[in-house]
Unconditional design. Sequence first.
Length: 338
Amino acid sequence: MTMIRFLRVTLSLLFVVIAPVMASPEIANPLVKQRADPRVTLAADGYYYFTATVPEYDRIELRRAHELNELGAAPAKVVWRRHVSGPMSANIWAPELHRIDGKWFLYFTAGRADAPFDVRLYVLENAAANPLDGEWIERGQLKTGWESFALDATSFALKGQRYLAWAQRPPSAGKHMTAIYIARMDTPVSISGPAVLLTTPEYAWEKVKFDVNEAPAVLMKNGRVFMTYSASATDANYALGMLTAQAGANLLDAASWTKSAVPVFASSAANGQYGPGHNSFTTSADGKTDILVYHARNYRDIVGDPLFDPNRHTRAQAISWRQDGSPDFGVPVSDTMR
């Protein structure tokens, strides 16, 4: 073997050994402190765009950075504030930023000052290339077909069709119950056809203190659609469940989806992480590593109502993939930053 060929073979072997390590980014957690319900979008311009629920529940912020680890230090721009009264005047929760048909859309949840928990889905639109610029226009309520407690809208497209997934109280349900629905979208601000019920809380781990299925998030890979959702109260019992459908199936048929009987991501006392949930998905900058973005606290015991505890911090970690093509989220990793 010539020296040149030897070097080529050696370098090739070295690349094979180190490539998987290089593909998994080192993430410094928490990414962003006191930001719950995080949504991270890696856009075509190379920026990670970030939005989340702020502890005051009064506004929507956006920030962007070229690296995930830079999001915490990136300046946050307030792009919209709650109204003084009427619709969209209280409990501004779970904003999600989406790029659809050349425009930016923010889906979010809001109540009224006179009825803070009578929440519904709303949409903002911005035609600027950079969502931190331009004007955000209120497009009003995103109607789901009936009026009840509704929150946590997300949108995704598959094979040319766009869908909306969200959480809502079914028409005949009790006061503290939410379920996950899906519907076809005809525009970025409206659905067409009836909403389809995908999952209601049925297992014990979904019904701790409250019967909750909420905050759907969609990951598509290996010929399947994986929809995670959050369950139970927003304290240490909060956990992720998952629905799975074949990418070629009718996603508007509830029978196309299978549900995990156990949580796919839950608190880890060993790692000091409690109540992980309300996640989104992104990738490393090179697109090779899928990343789970979520919020969690680094303590179990909460004084008062957990909904008003501000320390749900945004965190992220790489996703592993099993041989059968399904995601393995593992357990919430320990904080690297204190």
